[in-house]
Design a binder for this molecule. Structure first.
Ligand SMILES: [Zn+2]
Ligand SMILES: [Zn+2]
Ligand SMILES: [Zn+2]
Length: 294
C-alpha cells in the first residue's frame, strides 16, 4: 500500500485524477496511521525506534548492497533501509516542526501530493475564470443579440424609409413629367398663337394697304363723279341753251318742205336717221350741224 506508483502511466486526466486520489488516500491513511500511533510517532522513533526499522541488506531505491563505505540509513516515514544518496531530503511529520530523514520514494509521494494540490488550486482558479468568461460571453452574446435585433430593426426601418422615399421621388418625377408636358403644350399653343398673331398683323397690314388704295380710288372716283357732275351740269346748261335756241326755229319736216330738191336730197343723205327717228336730236354737235345747215 505504501509503495509509490511512480510507474503508473496515466493517459487521460480522469485517470490521472483517479490515480492521484488513490495515492492521496494511501498517503493520508499512512500519515494518519503514523500520526495516531504513539509507538511510531517521531518523538518515540528517535528514542526507541532503531529496532522498529527494517534491517534490509540492500537499499530499497537503488538496490545496492550496504558496505562499510555505503552505510545503511532508515527512512523515518516507511522505516525502510536506504543508502544516504537516496535519503538526502528531510521532511517534518504533520504537526511537527522537526525535519526527519525521508527516502526518495516517500518524498516523491509528498511531492506528488503537493503538485496535485497546486494543480487542483490552479484548476479551481481556471474554472472560476472559465465561469467568469462564460458569464461575460453570455452577457456579450445577449448584448450582441440585442444589438443584432436593433440593427435588424433599423435596417427594416431604413428599407421602409427608402421605399417611401422612392415612391415620393417617383411621384415627383411623374408630376415633373406632367408639368413638362403641360409646359410644352402651352409653349406650342403660345407659338401657334404667335403665328396667328403674325398672320393677323399681316392681314391687317394688307387690309390697311387695300383700304388706303380703296380710299384713293374712292377719292379719284369722287373727283371723277364731281367732274362728271360738273360736266353734266355744263351739258345740261348747253342743252337748255340749245333748246331755247331751237324753240324759235321751224320743225325739220316743215324745213324739208320748203327746201329745194338738191338740199333736201343732201340732207336726206347725211341725216337720214335723224330726219325719221329723232325730230329734235339730243347731241349738241349734231344739233349744231343742223343749226349750221339752216
Ligand atoms: Zn540507494
Ligand atoms: Zn521511505
Ligand atoms: Zn337749196
Amino acid at each position: 500500500m505504501s509503495e509509490p506508483k511512480s510507474h503508473s502511466c496515466a493517459n487521460s486526466e480522469d485517470e490521472r485524477k483517479e490515480n492521484s486520489s488513490i495515492a492521496e488516500s494511501n498517503l493520508t491513511n499512512y500519515i494518519d496511521s503514523v500520526a495516531s500511533s504513539t509507538i511510531f510517532s517521531s518523538s518515540t522513533v528517535s528514542k526507541n525506534g532503531l529496532t522498529e526499522f527494517k534491517q534490509s541488506p540492500k537499499c530499497l531505491v537503488c538496490n545496492k548492497k550496504f558496505t562499510l563505505t555505503l552505510r545503511r540509513h532508515h527512512c523515518r516515514f516507511c522505516k525502510e533501509s536506504v543508502c544516504d544518496l537516496h535519503s538526502m531530503k528531510r521532511r517534518n511529520f504533520p504537526g511537527d516542526s522537526d525535519k526527519q530523514r525521508i527516502c526518495d520514494n516517500c518524498d516523491k509521494e509528498f511531492v506528488k501530493e503537493e503538485v496535485r494540490k497546486e494543480v487542483e488550486e490552479e484548476v479551481a482558479k481556471l474554472e472560476k475564470q472559465v465561469q467568469h468568461a462564460r458569464e461575460v460571453n453570455e452577457k456579450l452574446y445577449k448584448e450582441h443579440y440585442e444589438k443584432t435585433a436593433r440593427v435588424n430593426q433599423l435596417e427594416l426601418e431604413l428599407t421602409k424609409a427608402e421605399r417611401i422615399q422612392k415612391q415620393k421621388e417617383q411621384t415627383l418625377q411623374d408630376k415633373l413629367m406632367e408639368e413638362q408636358k403641360k409646359g410644352n403644350s402651352a409653349r406650342q399653343q403660345v407659338d401657334e398663337l404667335g403665328k396667328c398673331l403674325d398672320e393677323s398683323r399681316k392681314c391687317e397690314k394688307d387690309m390697311i394697304e387695300k383700304c388706303e388704295g380703296t380710299e384713293k380710288q374712292l377719292e379719284i372716283l369722287k373727283n371723277q363723279t364731281e367732274s362728271l357732275k360738273e360736266r353734266r351740269t355744263e351739258l345740261e346748261g348747253q342743252i337748255e341753251h340749245l333748246n331755247s335756241r331751237l324753240k324759235g326755229s321751224l320743225p325739220l319736216d316743215q324745213v324739208r318742205e320748203i327746201m329745194c330738191q338738191r338740199c333736201r336730197s343732201r340732207l336726206n343723205q347725211t341725216y337720214k336717221p335723224l330726219v325719221h327717228d329723232v325730230p329734235i336730236p339730243e347731241e349738241g354737235e349734231d344739233d349744231g350741224s343742223i343749226v349750221e345747215n339752216d
